[in-house]
Ligand binder design. Structure first.
Ligand code: G6P
Length: 509
């Protein structure tokens, strides 16, 4: 999901007590994730502005947590985040962030840049994310050399700091919801510090099958599983990822009950492994799309398509999103359908992501090159077949989804993919969704979508042709199914279900 680009002045609410050790500030509910709900930027005059953090995890948790009197523990990522964190540290109070749905308290952690870079880029993104999305160029990578061992220590240190912060912020007997692969070790570390807490871990990405998972050095694989199993409950988006996790536990020699979905952790506790599918809040999204900034983009989008059929994609510039094969499929469609030339436009809105990684830099260059070459081959004086945008513009993304005839969501693998759900929810044209069967959202949207194998570009080309030719009644029927599947489990219910299970988990032990 595209990040909210709006600026909003974070304001300090009148909390009392000090940041450290003061029970006045501890809350019953704490969420921990690498990326926080907002990202700060600092201007030349030292003023701070903030926009919403990127990606599906924040998109889900923001609305789920807002207004629930909880604390969000996150890393300071930008220079603005670090400035904001230091100012707060001086004041001795936590900052309260005003999200659209309500206030959230933020505890922002500042790390040594080298340590953060090793934890975030080398281990979390270049190793664990690649692993769970099968992104390695296996003949060459990964190589777990000595420098990886050093990076792993940094990963441990950052996880330890998160665990300490969660221990500081959570009231006795409270609940901590730890998010994603960045913080796999936090649950076990936290349990050692605060055995009184109830802890959940949730993965927003897929989980690799055991053969692939075991590419990791043995102690690292074991530490990840043990770390997550420090939680009372381990959550995934769809059953496929939960099953892979259970199989990884089995291969690691742990006792797994596939009927009850439990794993016996090394300390003897029974850990529940659960699936919590996530959808979008249709009403809130439609209201957001009706706001002035998004409506102003309707004209821009209409101007781009000029009455032509509009094929849209919206993604982070991310290897797993399969943008290259998406463009190749579109080029093949143009090749095979001469009559479509001049009558369609492919609008690809992609916004920058993980720019420090060489793989992402090379991928961005390849995407640009491919879009250029399609345009060079087919463009006319009045028609540009591909419009590629490389920036973050959420109001425009909403306007593009609302006006699209076809939305392409073709990830290689994806935990859920919320764009696939946002599109149908805001569409004003009964959009046709072309969806990778390897996205978790295919489980909920399968009946309404046109499912594709993300590696089969010829199939994608044919599916684009099919999508554009679907008769109106068929489109309407599919769009209704999509809307239903997309909005079935909005973030609040998704989070509510996890809280309910967690509050029951203790009594079962
Ligand atoms: C995915 C992950 C999130 C992450 C997001 C954006 O949705 O599950 O944990 O925050 O991508 O990635 P970034 O590296 O920019 O935080």
């Amino acid at each position: 999901m595209a990040p909210e680009a709006s600026t909003m002045a974070p304001r300090a609410y009148g909390f009392t007590g000090t940041r450290k050790g003061g029970s006045a500030q501890m809350t019953e509910l704490v969420v921990a994730s690498n990326r926080g709900p907002v990202q700060f930027e600092v201007d030349d005059d030292g003023n701070l502005t903030s926009g919403r953090g990127a990606g599906g995890m924040v998109a889900a948790l923001g609305p789920a947590l807002a207004g629930q009197a909880g604390t969000w523990v996150a890393a300071a990522i930008t220079e603005g985040d670090r400035v904001a964190a230091r100012r707060v540290a001086r004041s001795g109070r936590l900052r309260t962030i005003d999200l659209a749905q309500g206030p959230v308290r933020l505890r922002s952690l500042v790390f040594d840049p080298r340590e953060y870079q090793n934890y975030y880029n080398r281990v979390a993104n270049r190793t664990i994310w690649f692993l769970h999305h099968y992104l390695f160029d296996v003949p060459r990578h990964p190589r777990f050399d000595r420098s990886f061992r050093v990076a792993w220590q940094h990963y441990e240190n950052v996880n330890r700091a998160f665990a300490a912060a969660c221990a500081d912020e959570t009231a006795p007997g409270g609940e901590v919801f730890v998010q994603d692969y960045h913080l796999a070790l936090v649950p076990a570390m936290l349990r050692r510090r605060r055995p009184d807490l109830r802890v959940a871990h949730f993965s927003h990405c897929p989980w690799a099958d055991p053969g692939f998972f075991q590419m990791l050095p043995g102690p690292v694989a074991a530490a990840i599983l043990d770390g997550m199993l420090g939680a009372d409950q381990v959550g995934f988006l769809v059953p496929r990822w939960a099953r892979n996790f259970l199989h990884c536990c089995l291969e690691a020699g742990l006792a797994v009950d596939f009927d009850r979905h439990t794993v016996r952790a090394t300390d003897g506790r029974l850990v529940r492994v659960r699936t919590y599918p996530l959808g979008v809040d249709g009403e809130a999204l439609r209201e957001r799309a009706a706001q002035a900034d998004a409506r102003a983009q309707d004209r821009v989008v209409a101007e781009l398509s000029r009455g032509r059929r509009l094929i849209v994609r919206i993604d982070r510039m991310e290897l797993s999103k399969n943008i290259l094969r998406g463009l190749e499929g579109y080029a093949m469609f143009l090749e095979r359908s001469p009559r479509a030339r001049g009558r369609v436009v492919h609008y690809a809105l992609t916004y920058p992501s993980r720019r420090d990684l060489p793989e992402y830099q090379a991928y961005t260059a390849e995407v640009k090159h491919l879009a250029d070459s399609i345009n060079e081959r087919y463009r006319t004086r009045t028609w540009e077949p591909v419009l590629l945008e490389l920036r973050d513009n959420y109001p425009r993304a909403l306007a593009a989804m609302a006006a699209a005839d076809v939305l392409i969501v073709n990830p290689i693998w994806d935990g859920m993919n919320l764009v696939a759900k946002e599109g149908p929810a805001v569409s004003r044209r009964d959009l046709v969704l072309i969806l990778s069967r390897n996205a978790g959202s295919a489980d909920d949207l399968g009946p309404g979508a046109l499912l594709v194998n993300p590696f089969d570009t010829a199939e994608l080309a044919e599916t684009i042709a099919t999508a554009l030719e679907l008769p109106p009644d068929e489109r309407a029927k599919r769009a209704a199914l999509l809307r239903e599947g997309a909005t079935a489990l909005p973030p609040r219910d998704w989070f509510g279900a996890q809280r309910e299970d967690l509050s029951r988990s203790r009594s079962e032990h």
